[in-house]
Design a protein around this ligand. Structure first.
Ligand code: CTP
Length: 407
C-alpha cells in the first residue's frame, strides 16, 4: 500500500465536488493512510461530517473553536501530525483566502500554521469554468505555487452548473495518484525517459494478425514510476487494454515497424530508453489487402515471414547510446534458464542493464519477479506487484545514470 503510515489531512471546502471527496477519502484509507478530515462550514452544506467521519473512521473537525483538543489548538496539533494536507475540493474563494494568508476558519488557519518545509499543501481546485479561467483565479494559482503550494490540475468536461469546460475537480483516482507521486523520491528529476510497452500486432490481412500475450502492465507501471520520480516520460504503446498513465505522453502504435519508427524518432530526445515491449520477431512478408477466403477442400493458405527490426539493439548501437548520453535498458522474457539466457541477451543487445523475467509466469499478471543483470553482476527482485517492482527498478536505473555535468 503506497500510503502506509502516512497521516493525511483531507480538507474540504464548499463545492459540489465534495461528493467526490467521500470516495477519495475511502481510497486514501484503502491505500493505508490515516485520514483526518477538516471541513469548512461551506463544505458542510454539501456533505455532512457524519459521512466523512464514517469513511475516515475519525471525528471530523469543522470549527476552530472545537474544544475537544486539550490545548484548544486544533490548527497546530493537526498540522504537526500531518505528512501532507490535501484540500479537495479547493474552491476559488478558499484559494483567494490562502493567497492572502487569511485564517478565519480552522482549515485556512491550519494551512497557514503548517510547517512549510515539512508538510506539503496540495490543492485540488474545483469550480465553474469561467471562475477557473478568470484572471484573478489564474493569478492566485501562480502565486500559490510560488508560495510553495502544489496546485494540482483540473479536469475538463460537464459541470454541475450545466456548462462544459475546464474546472472540474480531478477524479478521486487521479488525486490519489498525484498524492502517491508526491511522496516518491525525485530521483529522475530533469531526465527524459522513453519506454516501449505491450505487444505488437502483425497483420496477415485486414481482419487477422499475429500478436502475443504481453499485457503492457510492466511498461505502464514503469512509465508511472518514472513520472512519479520526476521524469518527463514518453510511452510508445502497442495495442493494450490500459488507460493512462497520468502525466505521461503516450504514442499508440500497432506493428513492430510502427514501434520502431516511433522509438527511433523519440530516442534522440531521451536520456533513458527502457524496452519492455514484446516485439514480434517476424511479420508476414506481405499483408494481404483483402481478407483471405477459405476455399474449402483442405486447401490452406501459405504464409512466409520476414524478420522485424530489433528496436533495442539498433538504439543501443546508436552514437548517443555508445557515448553514454542515452542509457538503454532491455527486458528478457524467457521460459527457462533465466540467468544464463538473460546474461547472453544483455551482451547480444549491447545494453548496460538487462532485466530478466519468466515470460509465461508474468504475462497479464499484476505481479512479477525480476532479475537485474549488468556488468557488475546480478540483483534479484523477489515477487512483488509490478508497480512496486517498477519503483525499485527506477531507483536502480537512477543510480546507474551519469551525474549531469560530470564527464
Ligand atoms: N526487442 C526489441 N525489438 C525486437 C525484439 C526485442 O526492441 N524486434 C527488445 C524487447 O523490448 C526487450 C529485448 O529486446 O527489451 C529482448 O526481447 P526478447 O523478445 O526477449 O528477445 P529477442 O531478441 O526476441 O530474443 P528471443 O526471442 O530469441 O529470446
Amino acid at each position: 500500500m503506497d500510503l502506509n503510515g502516512k497521516h493525511i489531512v483531507l480538507g474540504l471546502t464548499g463545492g459540489v465536488a465534495c461528493y467526490k471527496a467521500a470516495y477519495l477519502c475511502r481510497l486514501l484509507v484503502k491505500e493505508g493512510a490515516e485520514v483526518q478530515v477538516v471541513m469548512t462550514e461551506a463544505a458542510a452544506q454539501f456533505i455532512t461530517p457524519v459521512t466523512m467521519q464514517a469513511l475516515s473512521n475519525r471525528t471530523v473537525y469543522v470549527s476552530q473553536w472545537d474544544a475537544r483538543e486539550p490545548n484548544n489548538m486544533a490548527h497546530i496539533n493537526l498540522s504537526r501530525e500531518a505528512d501532507a494536507i490535501l484540500v479537495a475540493p479547493a474552491s476559488a474563494d478558499f484559494m483567494a483566502k490562502l493567497l492572502h494568508g487569511r485564517a478565519d476558519d480552522l482549515l485556512s488557519l491550519m494551512c497557514l500554521a503548517r510547517p512549510v518545509e515539512r508538510v506539503a499543501l496540495l490543492l485540488a481546485p474545483a469550480m465553474n469554468r469561467e471562475m477557473w479561467a478568470h484572471p484573478a483565479t489564474q493569478r492566485n494559482v501562480t502565486q500559490l505555487r510560488a508560495d510553495g503550494a502544489q496546485v494540482l490540475g483540473v479536469g475538463e468536461g460537464d459541470q454541475a452548473c450545466g456548462e462544459t469546460g475546464d474546472g472540474r475537480m480531478l477524479e478521486p483516482e487521479e488525486l490519489l495518484q498525484d498524492l502517491i507521486a508526491h511522496f516518491q523520491p525525485q530521483v529522475l528529476t530533469g531526465r527524459r525517459v522513453l519506454i516501449s510497452a505491450g505487444p505488437t500486432f502483425e497483420a496477415i490481412d485486414p481482419v487477422r494478425g499475429i500478436t502475443n500475450l504481453s499485457s503492457g502492465k510492466m511498461g505502464f507501471a514503469l512509465a508511472r514510476a518514472a513520472r512519479d520520480a520526476g521524469a518527463q516520460v514518453t510511452l510508445v504503446a502497442g495495442p493494450v487494454n490500459l488507460g493512462g498513465p497520468r502525466g505521461v505522453r503516450r504514442i499508440n502504435v500497432r506493428s513492430a515497424l510502427d514501434m520502431d519508427a516511433a522509438c527511433r524518432a523519440q530516442a534522440d530526445q531521451a536520456d533513458v530508453f527502457i524496452a519492455t515491449a514484446a516485439v514480434a520477431d517476424w511479420r508476414p512478408a506481405s499483408a494481404k489487402t483483402q481478407k483471405i477466403k477459405k476455399h474449402g477442400g483442405g486447401q490452406l493458405p501459405s504464409l512466409s515471414f520476414v524478420e522485424n527490426p530489433d528496436i533495442l539493439a539498433a538504439i543501443a548501437a546508436s552514437e548517443r547510446a555508445r557515448s553514454g548520453a542515452l542509457y538503454c535498458v532491455g527486458f528478457a522474457a524467457e521460459s527457462q534458464d533465466l540467468e544464463a539466457q538473460a546474461t547472453a541477451k544483455r551482451l547480444r543487445k549491447g545494453v548496460p542493464l538487462l532485466v530478466g523475467n519468466i515470460g509465461p509466469a508474468t504475462f497479464g499478471q499484476d505481479d512479477n519477479a525480476l532479475l537485474l543483470i549488468d556488468a557488475q553482476g546480478t540483483l534479484e527482485m523477489p515477487r512483488n506487484s509490478k508497480q512496486a517492482l517498477a519503483r525499485m527498478l527506477v531507483a536502480e536505473i537512477a543510480k546507474r545514470l551519469p551525474v549531469p555535468g560530470v564527464a
